[in-house]
Design a protein around this ligand. Sequence first.
Ligand code: PGA
Length: 238
Amino acid sequence: MNKDLTGTEALLEELSAKLPDTNAKVMVSPPFVNLANAVQKLKDSEIEVIAQNMHFAENGAYTGEISANMLLNIGINTVIIGHSERRAHFGETDEILAKKVKAALANNMQVMFCFGEELEDRKSGNHFNVVESQLKNALFDLDLTAWPSIILAYEPVWAIGTGETASPEQAQEMHAFIRKTIAEAFDADIAENVSILYGGSVKPGNAEEIFSKPDVDGGLIGGASLVADDFIAIVKAI
Ligand code: PGA
């Protein structure tokens, strides 16, 4: 819940003007009310506009909610599902998230699925179990054919918006575990090909080291994405 329309437009203008020539896929995810404008603003840019959330129902009596079709209809083809703030502040359980993932896939959308442990889980050494069960509950009954439409974003909750980052080694350790878990549940090809992003206080100063880890394929950037020069520096780091 950052940036009004004026602020979003100014940020996107600066980002598209400063975007380096890169093979990296760059996506931005403004709030719902700014999405249609963002799509227009970036129509000649390589930057894709994606949504922060959606409802699982096709339409109906869900006041205040947004459906897959509403997103598709304004040119949005990718949606973030399961961000830790949705889980923590809006009661989104694994069960709800599983329904959202299925609804997005049924509408041929790409899903960026977020998950990650809380501080107590890490302190008690339970972080691998928590991550495995989040993946299992939302994704493990998908068909093999769904996987090309899934991007994973590992975001340890204790590192989001806190200024505290998982060390590059902690990120790599968890990303390797995620890939192994997916290889066991599905197959090695799927595990190898799925993009696993790291999120949680990625900044220009730490991005390169985090992205240099073999199982870290990219980042989900919060605070640093609100300042064009910082976000561009992170894009350059990938
Ligand atoms: P942060 O946010 O980069 O500010 O920690 C990450 C996120 O919101 O997913």
